[in-house]
Design a protein around this ligand. Structure first.
Ligand SMILES: [Zn+2]
Length: 471
């Protein structure tokens, strides 16, 4: 109810005062981390959508993903996608199912990774349908139609996806193909940060510097958090592996298939090649992460950092090392159980909402010799978040599991910029900056970031609610 009132008020305000510049409607990832979606309308009445992501975490997220879009789908002139994470692309098939038939712009690897992520989502939905009888939001045909609408954008090239909108994709350094968007409309400059990368991560090129802007829409996932830097992050991973070997336990790493997995493989590869850890079997138990790793390799030349490219001259595969094994089939996955401990298992899903990590967690969470290591953000309402917050008992596949294993996390392995990086990004845009909207972060984190930003940036800072309008 409140949401509808806020929306109605916002629209009446803009109608009454006949606002003569671009408007932004916030349609997801507001005071929360998932569901990214923005509707932009300029004074020529062109409309573009930035991202169209899934809500994730909690019982209500699927119901929210099913909800009718609160705009006229047929009126959208173009869609721009910042990157291939599900919370930025998950509702694209629904958009197409509801009648969208124009272009979807993204950087080339984002298109390849989107196919992987959306096809996987359909598979998971089919599984759920078998268990719960709940109807799918979309099916594989909708995904095929989405893929047919994608058009590859290039970094740093200004183009006009719809009349009166000039858009430039810039490298966000978050995952392969990720972008922040510089947009010119109605004589103003806007930046939509998408998700910004952790500049300390070695695999990919770091984010480009943003140009000055009038309005900045900035993510705040780690708005009030500072990650461990540089060496300490790898040392912590090394310690977790050494401890596992010493205890003859299992190190379980729930990893997002895109980026987290490749960064972890790169880090373990470094530890093995430099003989910093004893021999230990390492399993990548995720068909999606295996396919994503192949896509990463394909784009190495154009997207990897200079350091990674130099390393490739002496090590032909940065994601493969002695003791490492891909587990693609269910049979290969089951074989992991028969390998004696110690062992390291990297498996999806990253927030433990499904996937093969659940089978391993069921088996080893109650083992005090084992460790569950988090390397990415855990959204509220997920099993990952419960465990991250040290729940002593959890339910997996309806079974009650007592937690006796150690629970650890390495924030520095995150794919997200931290508070310091976000402030630096905002400062680069500040010469003409008038307004900042903080999105894609829980309220407490966004408030923390606002407090820090106010010390160095002279701009009005809002934390919009879902459905609110901005300009
Ligand atoms: Zn992301």
């Amino acid at each position: 109810m409140l949401r509808h009132l806020a929306e109605a008020f916002g629209e009446i305000y803009f109608l009454l005062f006949n606002i003569d510049f671009m408007t932004i409607k916030f349609l997801g990832a507001n005071r929360e981390v998932t569901g990214s979606c923005y509707l932009l309308e300029n004074k020529q009445k062109s409309k573009i959508l930035i991202d169209c992501g899934f809500f994730q975490g909690g019982d209500k997220s699927q119901a929210r993903n099913r909800q009718k879009f609160n705009f006229k789908v047929q009126e959208i002139d173009a869609v721009c996608i910042t990157h291939a994470h599900l919370d930025h692309i998950g509702r694209l098939p629904k958009l197409v199912k509801d009648g969208y038939h124009k272009m979807i712009y993204a950087i080339a690897p984002t298109i390849d990774l989107s196919r992987l992520v959306l096809e996987d989502t359909v598979k998971i939905a089919q599984e759920e349908f078998r268990h719960t009888g709940e109807h799918k939001i979309f099916d594989e045909y909708d995904v095929v139609r989405v893929m047919g609408l994608f058009s590859a954008a290039e970094y740093n090239r200004l183009f006009e996806p719809a009349p009166g909108f000039k858009v430039r994709f810039r490298n966000a350094g978050h995952i392969l193909g990720s972008a922040f968007l510089e947009i010119e409309a109605d004589n103003k400059k806007y930046i939509f940060s998408g998700d910004l990368g952790n500049p300390d991560m070695p695999l990919l090129l770091s984010a480009s510097a943003p140009a000055p802007a009038d309005v900045l829409v900035l993510e705040s996932t780690y708005g009030s958090v500072v990650h461990e830097r540089g060496v300490s992050r790898t040392v912590e991973l090394q310690e977790a592996i050494e401890q596992t070997i010493k205890n003859r336990g299992v190190l379980m790493i729930p990893a997002f298939a895109l980026e987290r997995t490749q960064e972890i493989l790169l880090a373990i590869n470094g530890l093995v090649e430099n003989k910093k850890i004893p021999h230990v079997p390492v399993f990548l138990d995720s068909p999606m992460a295996i396919s994503a790793t192949e896509i990463y390799k394909r784009y190495a030349k154009t997207h990897f950092s200079r350091k990674s490219l130099q390393d490739l001259l002496v090590d032909r595969d940065l994601f493969d090392f002695e003791g490492f094994k891909y587990c693609d089939t269910v049979e290969q996955s089951k074989q992991i159980n028969h390998t004696p401990s110690p062992k390291v298992i990297i498996a999806g899903s990253g927030m433990m909402e499904g996937g093969r990590i659940l089978h391993h967690a069921k088996r080893y969470l109650s083992d005090p010799r084992s460790t569950l290591l988090f390397v990415g953000y855990q959204v509220a309402g997920t099993l990952g978040r419960q465990l991250f917050e040290k729940a002593r008992r959890v339910f997996i596949h309806g079974e009650r599991i007592a937690v006796h294993s150690r629970i650890k996390s390495i924030g520095g392995l995150s794919a997200h910029a931290d508070s310091i990086d976000l402030v630096k990004f905002a400062e680069k845009t500040k010469t003409s900056l008038r307004k900042i909207y903080l999105t894609h972060g829980e309220l407490e984190r966004a408030r923390g970031l606002r407090k820090t930003l106010l010390k160095s940036v002279k701009a009005e800072i809002d934390i919009p609610k879902m459905g609110e309008m901005g300009e």
